[in-house]
Design a protein around this ligand. Structure first.
Ligand SMILES: Cc1cc2nc3c(=O)[nH]c(=O)nc-3n(C[C@H](O)[C@H](O)[C@H](O)COP(=O)(O)OP(=O)(O)OC[C@H]3O[C@@H](n4cnc5c(N)ncnc54)[C@H](O)[C@@H]3O)c2cc1C
Length: 401
């Protein structure tokens, strides 16, 4: 296929080309996998440079397996945060009770990584940076396709002709809008906001190697101290009007929702005030679609199926989805339509399960009432009992199978 600078392949044949939109976890993983299968890869990223912020992501089950197949585990293992002590606190920051790191470790097992989102993105970026043409500060303005090719018109006026276009441009995907229709047709709002940001300075009043969590009716605030450059804060709260919260911006909205809390939270909010742009701040909504591809355009990651922060599995699913997409295309390299069908069939059950778990788990993050807070705390205390710990481990293992 003739594209702008189409690359020659072995024996003089032209290499197949894929354009990946979005250099997040899904996009970079897809770029790596497609390159491993011999495709010429262009990545188009709207941000001017890499955005390495974000809170924690967990890789276990299929997400860990995918990281292994992508060859990322040795690099990621050196950035593994491991397990840390969780301290449940009152609104003023006084300790309620502590869950030792060993309890979480016993529940999740050894084939698991706990990482800053930025560290995972960075590992992917370094794995693929020399293998793909990555264009920052660029987006896609139009997409047309016929049976043989897709043409993507970029914001710099370039036209890229390609065999496949992967829209990995996140929950507010432009590719979804251009090819499948408006966001409102696919977004299911879960009525919550999420804010997460790195802390420049080590948070006050949080012991090193630990995280404090305040769990109150309709909201949760967590502040983690893993030392300089590795500390962060996470907030989620219920909201009937996400657009009004977004209009306020992260610093004002989070201070309104959490400004009454003391110690670690107060310090984190002060730090946010100094650099609001560092925050990831969004409404929480799932993306639900009957079909993730149309012709030669396929959506991947949050763009296709956002499971939300409440699933604790968005990054894992982005890796798993990218890995499986590459494998399906390698298995059916001359038949994109069959490749995309078989990929979607293999991945749908996992996505359905994770979306359902997220909706079920929502009340743990922002319990609707004091009674729910109390019940949640009772469960957290109970997890520390050896018999219950085994039950929790088995239920996590079941969710991963
Ligand atoms: C900076 C950042 C911080 C995050 N922090 C958290 C967090 O703390 N907690 C959490 O649960 N989730 C967070 N997320 C979302 C989380 O990364 C995803 O749920 C998950 O990793 C799946 O990733 P994804 O690659 O599908 O989407 P994303 O991680 O959202 O990546 C999408 C990429 O596409 C780019 N993009 C968007 N629109 C366009 C466009 N029109 N043209 C070109 N490129 C485009 C974005 O800049 C981004 O790089 C964050 C996302 C980002 C971008």
């Amino acid at each position: 296929m003739a594209g702008e600078n189409a690359a020659p392949g072995a024996a003089g044949t032209e290499m197949k080309r894929v354009v990946v939109v979005g250099a997040g976890i899904a996009g970079l993983a897809a770029a790596l996998r497609m390159h491993q299968h011999g495709w010429d890869v262009v990545v188009v990223e709207r941000a001017q440079a890499r955005r390495s912020s974000g809170y924690l992501v967990n890789l276990h089950g299929p997400g860990y397996d995918a990281a292994e197949r992508l060859g990322l585990v040795p690099t990621l293992a050196s950035r593994d945060i491991g397990f840390f002590t969780s301290i449940l606190v009152h609104a003023d920051g006084r300790e309620k009770f502590t869950i030792p790191a060993a309890v979480a470790q016993a529940a999740v097992g050894n084939r698991a990584l706990s990482l800053f989102r930025g560290d995972l993105e960075s590992a992917l970026y370094h794995a693929v940076a020399d293998l793909a043409d990555i264009r920052f500060g660029t987006t896609v303005q139009a997409v047309t396709q016929d049976a043989d090719e897709v043409v993507a018109t970029l914001s710099d006026g370039t036209c890229l002709r390609t065999d496949l276009l992967i829209g990995a441009d996140g929950v507010h995907s432009r590719i979804r809008e251009l090819v499948f229709g408006p966001e409102a047709d696919y977004q299911v709002d879960l009525g919550h906001m999420v804010g997460a940001f790195p802390l420049e300075q080590v948070p006050e009043h949080v012991p090193e190697g630990a995280g404090t969590t305040f769990l109150g009716p309709r909201r949760t605030a967590a502040v983690m101290n893993l030392g300089p450059g590795r500390s962060s804060a996470f907030f989620t709260y219920r909201s009937a009007d996400p657009n009004a919260e977004l209009a306020l911006g992260p610093a004002t909205a989070l201070t309104r929702a959490f400004g009454d809390l003391g110690r670690g939270v107060a310090d984190a909010l002060r730090q946010l005030e100094a650099d609001p742009a560092a925050a990831y701040f969004d409404s929480v909504g799932q993306v639900v679609m009957d079909r993730w591809s149309r012709g030669r355009v396929v959506l991947l990651g949050d763009a296709a199926w956002c499971v939300t922060v409440f699933a604790g599995y968005g990054a894992a699913l982005a890796l798993d989805g990218a890995d499986r997409l590459g494998a399906a295309i390698a298995a059916h390299s001359d038949d994109i339509s069959t490749a995309l069908d078989s990929w979607e069939t293999s991945l749908r059950p996992e996505v359905r399960k994770r979306q359902a778990l997220a909706r079920k788990g929502m009340s743990r993050f922002a319990p609707p009432s004091r009674a729910h807070v109390w019940a949640g705390e009772l469960m957290l205390r109970a997890i520390q009992l050896p018999g219950i710990r085994g039950l929790v481990r088995r239920s996590i293992q079941r969710a991963n199978n």
